[in-house]
Ligand binder design. Structure first.
Ligand code: GLN
Length: 487
């Protein structure tokens, strides 16, 4: 088997057994990136020299028994909004195009301690705002299954890299679906953890009450292993928490029998493509055969999800993005003649269209006179959404539904109609508002050969349960074993 075909856990055990060296593993992926990423543009930055230097260091550490984690020696790609010391972190924005952080995000530090090797930084929608990776200032990423299609977003580079085998695993971030939706469009797995399960220290903020970092992998097991390395309390992030329930052994057991799974019937109403619906219902049947009880139940609150999410996300974004002023760091306009012009021109020239739209929306919903009508109302909707999930989890162990109403869209189709793009987030954004974990898993292909994804939504801090349920499904299906043909 070729090194790039191995799952991350297979590669880690080959490295442990001395069958593959960390340098060989790293070089295989770097070569694949060099040869094939021209067709996809998954990477904004490739760290060839540093990765090879690090590979030798990790090899030594493994040989000496320093690195013993389940993914020691495995290369990884990182979304370009996670700070990496000495390596550009651009958020795919002109305003940060030359930003080199002086520190590592907590997740990066943890991966370093676990002996992983960073290959480079992955393309994304600018500041993680978007669902197609088309708002990136470095250009769109192409879906490896069909290069005329978007990879989804905002972590499109991460999902496409794992699908195209240009990284065995990757880290992305999910504010309203940015891990799950691209995972679904690219036919890989992606986990959005419980809010607070993973430290956000060093993640460039979009909407702080919704953002979470999480893993991408081709299998549930790879996601479980990677999650186990990054999760847990971090004193640098006051919202991070100890997760007493996470148990990697339990996740890897893949048990599902006897569990009760609920399907929100409002997730399957008229907005969904028939082929997506059919694939999700077929997955429900597979779960029944595995011994789970599957039922549908009403969740009418779904219709408030999009307006509540976009109001909250934009309100937080406009505040978070006020730090880019041409003074502290980032792009500074060369055309400004005084302080006010420096602010205005640096921001006008540095931010892209979608980011500007959201800054304006955010400032509008927070302005006096509109605050009560929009922002406060959105917070009330948030409470109701959270309550709807608590109620559902009184009856069900987990929920099942589609990730997105369609498969991957054509490049260029969404940019002209942002509202339509926002509506595509209908099934994912509520999960971030509720703060619960959810995982995207490949569950079929449409008639054009594009992957379809489903999501399993869990109770707070029950990542192990949804990972186990995903594994159970992958043990009786092979959608996750199919790969796009190489460009
Ligand atoms: N598509 C959603 C948005 O544009 C979600 C993005 C995300 O999760 N970062 O806000």
């Amino acid at each position: 088997m070729q090194i790039t075909d191995m799952t991350a856990l297979e590669l880690a055990s080959a490295i442990k057994a001395g069958e593959v060296s960390v340098r060989e593993a790293t070089e295989s992926f770097l070569d694949a990136i060099e040869k094939r990423d021209g067709a996809y543009h998954c990477y904004n930055t490739v760290c060839r020299e540093e990765a090879l230097r690090r590979a030798d260091e990790v090899q030594k550490g493994i040989d000496e028994g320093v690195y013993t984690s389940p993914l020691a020696g495995v290369p990884i790609g990182i979304k370009d909004n996670i700070c990496t010391k000495g390596v550009k972190t651009t958020c795919s924005s002109k305003i940060l195009e030359n930003f080199v952080p002086t520190y590592d995000a907590t997740v990066i530090r943890r991966l370093r301690d676990a002996g992983l090797v960073m290959l480079g930084k992955l393309n994304m929608d600018e500041f993680a705002m978007g669902s197609t990776t088309e708002t990136s200032a470095t250009g769109v990423t192409h879906n490896p299954w069909n290069t005329d299609r978007v990879p989804g977003g905002s972590s499109g580079g991460a999902a496409a890299a794992v699908a195209a085998k240009l990284a065995p695993v990757a880290l992305g971030s999910d504010t309203g679906g940015s891990i799950r939706q691209p995972a679904s469009f690219c036919g890989v797995c992606g986990l959005k953890p419980t809010y607070g399960a993973v430290s956000r220290y060093g993640l460039v903020a979009y909407a702080s009450s919704l953002d979470q970092i999480g893993p991408f992998g081709r299998t549930a097991d790879d996601c479980a292993a990677l999650f186990s390395l990054i999760e847990g309390k971090d004193e640098k992030d006051g919202t991070s928490m100890v997760n007493p329930k996470f148990d990697l052994e339990k996740a890897l057991k893949g048990e599902i029998a006897g569990k009760k799974i609920g399907i929100p019937e409002d997730y399957l109403d008229e907005g969904i493509a028939p082929e997506v619906k059919a694939a999700v219902l077929a997955a429900a049947e597979a779960y029944k055969k595995l011994g789970a009880v599957v039922e549908t139940f009403p969740m009418p609150i779904v219709r408030y999800a999009i307006p509540a999410y976009y109001i909250i996300a934009c309100a937080e974004a406009c505040s978070n993005l006020s730090r880019y002023d041409g003074i502290k760091y980032g792009y500074k306009s060369p055309n400004a003649e005084n302080l006010m012009e420096t602010y205005i021109k640096s921001r006008s020239e540095g931010f892209g269209m979608e980011v500007k739209r959201r800054i304006m929306l955010g400032n509008f919903v927070l302005s006096s006179g509109y605050y009560d009508a929009y922002y406060n109302k959105a917070l009330k909707a948030k409470k109701l959404i959270q309550q709807a999930f608590f109620d559902a989890f009184e009856t069900y162990d987990m929920l099942l539904g589609p990730v997105a109403p369609t498969t991957a869209l054509k490049i260029g189709e969404s940019l002209s109609d942002p509202l339509k793009m926002y509506l595509g987030d209908i099934y994912t954004v509520m999960i971030n508002i509720a703060g619960v974990p959810s995982m995207a898993i490949p569950c079929g292909f449409d008639s054009e050969g594009l992957p379809v994804g489903m999501q399993l939504i869990g109770k707070p801090f029950c990542e192990a349960e949804i990972l186990a349920a995903a594994k159970a499904y992958q043990s009786v299906t092979d959608f996750h074993k199919q790969s796009p043909k190489a460009e």
